[in-house]
Structure formats: structure tokens, C-alpha cells
Ligand binder design. Structure first.
Ligand SMILES: Cc1cc2nc3c(=O)[nH]c(=O)nc-3n(C[C@H](O)[C@H](O)[C@H](O)COP(=O)(O)OP(=O)(O)OC[C@H]3O[C@@H](n4cnc5c(N)ncnc54)[C@H](O)[C@@H]3O)c2cc1C
Length: 424
């Protein structure tokens, strides 16, 4: 059992969604002595939490919408290997989100967003440790650092504001010249001439197994896992009495919405119209790769991450706006393989059937790069914990603790005001 903290009374709490966020929240709620039921409609850890790049990066305080991002968009869209694509049919639906995204990218706003993200991402490796230790799964997380690499000085200088935001928030890094970079990470191509090393960052070698292991420990410690789809809330006199699922109504005094990219309708039903959309992302995983980096590497010029996983080398990234229903566009994943070969010249020119697997998942994304963490407007018994975009794995443990604090009526360890559902 994770070390117990004080709690005043035992309540039944239903957590909707068994991704990294829901599983972490359920674990901390159980630690508080609540009766916790985790409701998951497909498999634990099989949503966005399955195929991400595994990075546990306190350095990810830099928002997605930055001053100047808009100017780069046409170039990204025209490049078939570019990091961004939009299904044009989806544009009318996406337009309000995109407008907010652009509006979020001012100098003043990105500074405020980075300040808000800092405590949620702080020592992300250390935040996961109690959950991972309790699960006996310490082998799944490492603190080997993180490397960002650039082909040109101009690309590096283009990210100057991002490094300033990190400095302003006390995040240390070393800039490596070409010869230092190639020595630090021998697997990469010498076309990359500048590197930035974050020594305090961590990663998991298997995000899905990480989430499943913590969920198994939750169940072992007395938590309940229900394989069902949640549909909505049952309330009496303004208080929550249950969660409607396709397995019937689950009685509950409190609930947490952690359904990732699928959370919007739950919030809307409680009076919170939050602009949640999805940035779809892809990965390819090469089993038994010919070469593997010592730590995760972000190719900042091509915008993808390569992570050494226990199952192979994962190349993950891209942002695709196409909503929740359109089928995957697998060439987006295949491009990652092309980009990976540019970064790692040691990779084979082709792979036989079965050596490379492909995946697509739905990042739950808010236009201001800040998740929604807070109480529902029309029902204080329901807490939201969704919308973590590109950093949900890194932020999961601290978010889970904050949610347990909210449900217990304690003051969370970091300020939740920037994450309020009513901020729009
Ligand atoms: C390519 C890619 C790379 C990424 N790399 C990183 C990274 O390196 N580091 C990082 O921190 N983040 C990364 N992310 C982001 C990270 O994966 C997400 O932010 C995180 O997984 C979100 O977790 P979640 O629990 O909110 O959502 P999910 O993992 O999607 O979980 C939500 C769960 O809710 C369930 N659900 C939905 N609706 C219902 C319902 N009605 N009833 C019951 N269950 C329901 C779903 O089945 C799902 O299991 C990456 C994402 C992608 C796509």
C-alpha cells in the first residue's frame, strides 16, 4: 500500500477512464481510504497512454502555441514529412479551437502557461516513484535525461523563447556543441550539430505496462475495476449519487472525469463547455533495432521523439487534426520511420513484415496547453482531470494527487486556478 495520508471519511469515488491520469487519480484516492471504482470501457492504459513517447519531462513547460507558431504552419502543412496535418473536412469543427490556440500564443500568456505547468511537471520521475514502488515496477521508469537535437543554428535560435521559459522556471540544461553532442549520443547522424541535454528528465520504457502495473496494484490494494462505458451522472438535490454505465448505475458520492479526449460531453453535462479537442499522434516501433539511443531524443527540427523502449525503438510524434472518428492515416506513421532513419543512420533501409508496428492515439488537447483540473460548475462532487495534451504521462502522478486533494477537501500542492474549467 502507498503510505497513507489523513482523510476524514470514507466515500465511494468513481473514476471514469483508465489511462495514466485516471489510474494515478484512482491510486491516490484509494490511498486516502476511499472506496474507489475505476471505470474503463476498453483496456486499462490503451488510450493515448498506450503509445506515447514515454517522456517524464519537467522541461515540457513550453506551451504548444508560441509567438510565431502561426507563421510556421503553412510550411508544416506543405511538407509531406512535416509535423502537422489537418483533414480539411474537419476544419469547420476545429476552427473555434484553432482561434483560441492562436490567441493563447502571446508573450504574456505563454509565460503564464509555463509558470502554471511547472509545478504539475516538477520532478515527474519522482512523482511517479511512490506509485511505481507500490506496484513493484521500478524497472519501468528511468532518469537517463533527455536530449533535444537540431540540424542548424537557425533552428536552435528559433526556439530561444522556449529555453528562456525553462530558465525562468528554474529548469537546468546544457547546450552541447557538435563534437560534444556526437560523443554524448553516438547513435545520431552528424547532420545534427547542436544538442540540449536535460539531465533531470526521465522516461518509462513501456507506458502501457506502467499504467497497467499501477492499476494492478490498485486492484490488489482493494480498488475496484469495472469494464464498462460510463454515460453520465445521477444527481439528487445537486449532489452526486451515482454514475450511469452500460453495466447499470454505479453508486458514488464523488466522481472524477479522466476520460482523456472523450471527456468533453461529461463536462458539458455539468455545465462546463470546455474547448477540448484532439491532436492525433502516431508512432512506429522497431523491434530489435540495429541502433538505439541512450535516452529519449527530441528531433526539434523534425519534431518527433525517439525513445528506447523495452520492446524496441519507438519513434513518436506528429499532430493531426481530424477529430475522434476519422480512420488513421498510416502514411503519417510511416513518415516517422523516414525521419528516424535521418536521425539514426544505423537503422536498416527497410524492415521485413512484423518488425515494425504502427499506432495512432488521441491526445486530449486544450488550446492553451493547460489541462482542466477542478470541480464541475454544477456539481462540486465531480472533479475533472483531462486535457493534458502532450504531457499527460509526465503530469499524471501530480494530477492524481491534486484530484485526491480536491475530493478530500484539502488544498492541492499546486495552484489549480490556471486549470479551472471556467477559464474560457
Ligand atoms: C504520439 C504521442 C506521444 C506522446 N508523448 C508523450 C510523452 O512523451 N510524455 C507525456 O507526458 N505525454 C505524451 N503524450 C501525451 C499523453 O499520452 C497523454 O497526455 C496522456 O496519455 C493522456 O492520458 P489520459 O489518461 O488523460 O487519456 P487516455 O490515456 O486516453 O485515457 C482515457 C481513458 O478513458 C477511457 N474512456 C473514454 N471514455 C470513456 C467512457 N465513456 N467510459 C469509460 N472509459 C472511457 C478510454 O478508453 C481511455 O482508456 C503523447 C501522446 C501521443 C499521441
Amino acid at each position: 500500500m502507498v503510505t497513507s495520508s489523513t482523510s476524514d471519511k470514507k466515500r465511494t469515488v468513481a473514476v471514469i477512464g483508465g489511462g495514466a491520469i485516471g489510474v494515478a487519480a484512482a491510486s491516490f484516492l484509494l490511498r486516502d481510504g476511499n472506496d474507489v471504482v475505476l471505470i474503463e470501457r476498453s483496456g486499462i492504459g490503451e488510450g493515448a497512454s498506450f503509445g506515447n513517447a514515454g517522456c517524464l519531462n519537467p522541461s515540457s513547460v513550453v506551451p504548444m502555441s508560441m509567438p510565431g507558431t502561426l507563421k510556421k504552419v503553412p510550411g508544416y502543412l506543405l511538407d509531406p514529412l512535416g509535423p502537422l496535418s489537418i483533414r480539411w473536412r474537419y476544419l469547420p469543427t476545429l476552427a473555434p479551437w484553432l482561434i483560441r490556440f492562436v490567441q493563447a500564443g502571446t508573450q504574456a500568456k505563454v509565460r503564464a502557461q509555463a509558470r502554471a505547468l511547472k509545478p504539475m511537471l516538477e520532478d515527474s520521475y519522482g512523482a511517479w516513484l511512490p506509485l511505481v514502488r507500490n506496484a513493484g515496477a521500478e524497472d519501468l521508469i528511468r532518469r537517463d535525461g533527455h536530449l533535444v537535437v537540431y540540424r542548424t543554428q537557425a533552428d536552435f535560435e528559433g526556439d530561444a523563447l522556449g529555453y528562456q521559459l525553462r530558465r525562468d522556471n528554474g529548469i537546468a540544461f546544457d547546450v552541447l556543441r557538435a563534437d560534444e553532442l556526437w560523443q554524448f549520443e553516438p547513435s545520431i547522424s552528424h547532420d545534427y550539430t547542436i544538442g540540449v541535454a536535460f539531465h533531470q528528465n526521465g522516461h518509462t520504457v513501456n507506458p502501457n505496462r506502467l499504467v497497467r502495473s499501477v492499476a494492478e496494484a490498485f486492484r490488489r490494494d482493494g480498488g475496484r475495476v469495472l469494464a464498462a462505458q460510463a454515460h453520465g451522472f445521477v444527481r439528487e438535490g445537486g449532489r452526486l449519487t451515482g454514475v450511469e454505465t452500460d453495466a447499470g448505475v454505479i453508486p458514488a458520492d464523488a466522481a472524477v472525469v479522466a476520460a482523456g479526449a472523450h471527456s468533453r460531453a461529461f463536462a458539458a453535462s455539468l455545465g462546463d463547455d470546455v474547448p477540448l479537442d484532439t491532436e492525433r499522434g502516431y508512432h512506429v516501433l522497431i523491434s530489435s533495432p540495429e541502433t538505439r539511443p541512450r535516452r529519449p531524443i527530441l528531433d526539434a527540427s523534425a519534431k518527433f521523439v525517439s525513445t528506447p523502449m523495452e520492446t524496441g525503438l519507438r519513434l513518436a510524434g506528429t499532430v493531426e487534426f481530424a477529430g475522434l472518428d476519422a480512420p488513421p492515416n498510416w502514411p503519417r506513421a510511416d513518415y516517422l520511420l523516414t525521419l528516424g532513419r535521418r536521425l539514426f543512420p544505423g537503422l536498416a533501409a527497410s524492415y521485413p513484415e512484423g518488425r515494425v508496428s504502427r499506432w495512432m492515439g488521441f491526445r486530449p488537447s486544450m488550446p492553451d496547453s493547460l489541462p482542466v483540473i477542478g470541480r464541475a460548475s454544477q456539481c462540486p462532487d465531480v472533479a475533472y482531470a483531462f486535457g493534458h495534451g502532450h504531457v499527460g504521462l509526465a503530469a499524471a502522478a501530480r494530477t492524481g494527487e491534486a484530484v485526491a486533494d480536491l475530493i478530500a477537501g484539502r488544498t492541492p500542492a499546486f495552484d489549480l486556478a490556471p486549470f479551472a474549467p471556467t477559464r474560457f
